[in-house]
Write a protein that binds this ligand. Structure first.
Ligand code: F6R
Length: 602
């Protein structure tokens, strides 16, 4: 997992690149580096650490040249250190490149190149690419041919930015299973792993597809097929996200900003899909065999989707982690199957693999995606966008609630077509969904109280989250948020499971968060909360029923909301608890350790 930004134009390249790298840090932040080129040749500065440290330590902002490429790394091959940081270069020092992805066959290539006398400096898989191009250049007539010959020998995923000292007017960018987008300016051009990296300069973009490469000069761009070298026609798209949308807007962290953006994001998700949903629903309503595939938070959205579909459409989708689906479901998918893939980034390796498997079996694939133009949107037969805008914080928040909006709208519409629920009830649900942004706004007003609650929890070692029915995925999501950013051990489970083992872990003072929306199992859940309380658990209850006051040590009082819509507002306090605990414990909630925003390797 890494971020790439390239620039060619009239500005000092290092300045554009450092800014871009700061915006790409969510993709990885264990080391970084830049190569720039001028008439004297290439200049590389790099090292372990975050961009701001490196700006000081190796003076990234004083590099010469008006073209260059930068990289922020999240290590896969080779520990994060100064030598393994990108860019990497060949023996002559004339070729330098940065890489996002994994080269699966780097070992045999490296052995072969060592035998031919190449001198390797790092432990990375990336460095072999520079030497391989150098080797091909000995026989190819020109650099571009050498590049193509070398790259077609690689197996694995890669997005690359490449600079060659003897071609001072151009940069090369290649995409294969890792994201890469060109930014088209006036007298300057850009390339990056993600749009916010250059959005300050241009919003005109071209998304590269797998197996394509781009040659950019300051005044031109060309996209070609890696195998054939033939030109590929590409259209320029205009991105409506403003730079401000991609920055913190005065919040201390992206995560908090993104939590607060939810009322707007939910509205956009509803209105952005109003016209499409009925069409898509008609296209998929006929499928009885349905799989929902996703990972992490998106998987929890899929679980909510299952409850919605069961209740409203009377069909039972199988919800599977994409990492399991891709290996275990091969024989179960056919042309009568619908696969709904849910992915914020649209680049999660396992989810893409699950989608590709489905496509290879002629299944219908619908993707629910946030990132426009991402790989998932190109694999899917149909895409519905969450319209949440860029999410920079590693922990998913607004993209989760907007995924839930789409699943809700879809379930309602399919239920209308299949006539599996009362029309009045469906109308009511749809009407109330329109009120959810306001409900979420009112819950955000509880922020200060939740911060105080977090003060009392900050020394705790374990937290349990329970729910029943459609509250279960919310409990799972609350626990995931807490562990990933606060590093407190958390478990989410269905309340019915408590007695079957986990109750043994409850002792004096252990916090137990109960997700308690209205519904037919609320009384059962109250019984479970009582049991936990009797064992000394400190109960924090999220709900609106009066009865909850009796069992809650702390009640997070929710406005009334229809049970099937409750997963959207009920997750908000859980996001805030996790956020405040992370901050109170001195963690950076935007950049949790060991994690990165999009998991583009298996
Ligand atoms: C957790 C989180 C992850 C992602 C997961 C899938 O806060 O963000 O668990 O949900 O990595 O990512 P996408 O949705 O991009 O496929």
């Amino acid at each position: 997992m890494c971020g790439i930004i390239g620039y060619i134009g009239e500005r000092p390249a290092c300045e554009v690149i450092v800014k871009g790298l700061r915006r790409l840090e969510y993709r990885g932040y264990d080391s970084a580096g830049i190569v720039t080129g001028d008439l004297k040749g290439l200049h590389i500065r790099k090292g372990a650490g975050r961009i701001d440290e490196l700006v000081k330590r190796v003076d990234l902002l004083s590099m010469p040249g008006n073209r260059g490429i930068g990289h922020t790394r999240w290590a896969t091959h080779g520990v994060p250190n100064d030598i393994n940081a990108h860019p990497h270069s060949d023996c002559t020092g004339k070729i330098a490149l940065v890489h996002n992805g994994i080269i699966e066959n780097y070992e045999p290539i490296r052995r072969e190149l060592l035998e031919k006398g190449h001198n390797f400096r790092s432990d990375t898989d990336t460095e072999v690419i520079a030497h391989l191009i150098e080797e091909e250049l000995k026989t190819a007539g020109d650099f571009e041919t050498a590049l193509r010959r070398a790259l077609t020998k690689l197996k694995g995923s890669f997005a690359l930015g490449i600079i060659y000292a003897d071609e001072p007017d151009r940069l090369y960018f290649v995409r294969n299973e890792s994201p890469l987008v060109l930014g088209i300016g006036e007298g300057e051009n850009f390339a990056a792993s993600d749009v916010p990296a250059f959005l300050e300069y241009t919003n005109r973009v071209i998304f590269l597809d797998d197996g394509e490469y781009a040659v950019i000069t300051k005044d031109s761009w060309e996209v070609k097929n890696l195998k054939t070298g033939e030109r590929v026609e590409k259209g320029i798209q205009t991105i409506e996200w403003s730079l401000e949308m991609a920055e913190k807007s005065g919040y201390p962290h992206f995560m908090l900003k993104e939590i607060y953006e939810q009322p707007k994001a939910i509205k956009d998700a509803i209105y952005g899909n109003l016209e499409l949903i009925p069409k898509v629903a008609r296209e998929i309503a006929g499928y009885e065999k349905m799989y929902f595939v996703a990972m992490g938070t998106s998987y929890h959205a899929a679980l909510v989707g299952k409850y919605l579909f069961q209740r409203l459409t009377k069909r039972v989708p199988v919800v599977e982690e994409a990492s399991e689906f891709r290996y275990e479901f091969e024989d179960l998918v056919d042309d009568k199957t619908l696969v709904i893939a849910i992915t914020q980034s649209g680049e999660t390796a396992d989810t893409l693999a699950a989608m590709k498997l489905a496509k290879s079996k002629d299944a219908k694939v619908l993707a629910i995606v946030n990132v426009v133009g991402s790989m998932a949107t190109r694999i899917a037969d149909i895409t519905l966008y969450t319209h949440a805008g860029p999410e920079i914080g590693v922990a998913a928040t607004k993209t989760y609630t907007t995924q839930l909006v789409i699943l809700t709208l879809l379930a309602i519409e399919i239920a209308r077509i299949l006539k599996t629920a009362e029309k009045e009830f469906l109308d009511l649900l749809e009407k109330e969904l329109n009120n959810v942004p306001d409900i979420v706004s009112s819950i955000l007003e509880l922020n200060e109280g939740i911060r105080e609650l977090a003060e009392n929890l900050k020394e705790k070692r374990d937290v349990f989250y329970i729910g029943r029915g459609i509250g279960v995925p919310t409990a799972l999501e609350g626990a995931l948020k807490l562990k990933e950013i606060s590093y407190i051990h958390a478990e989410g489970l269905s309340a019915g499971e408590l007695k079957h083992g986990p109750l043994a872990l409850l002792e004096e003072g252990v916090p137990l968060v109960a997700v308690a929306p209205p519904g037919k199992t609320l009384n059962k859940l109250i019984g479970n909360i009582e049991e936990a309380k009797a064992r000394g658990a400190r109960t924090i209850v999220v709900g609106s029923s009066e009865e909850l006051k009796r069992v809650a040590d702390t009640l997070i009082a929710m406005p009334p909301v229809e049970e099937l819509l409750s997963p959207i507002p009920y997750v908000i306090p859980l996001q805030l608890i996790a956020y405040h605990l992370a901050v109170l414990r001195g963690n950076d909630p935007d950049k949790p350790r060991n994690l990165a925003k999009s998991v583009t390797v298996e």
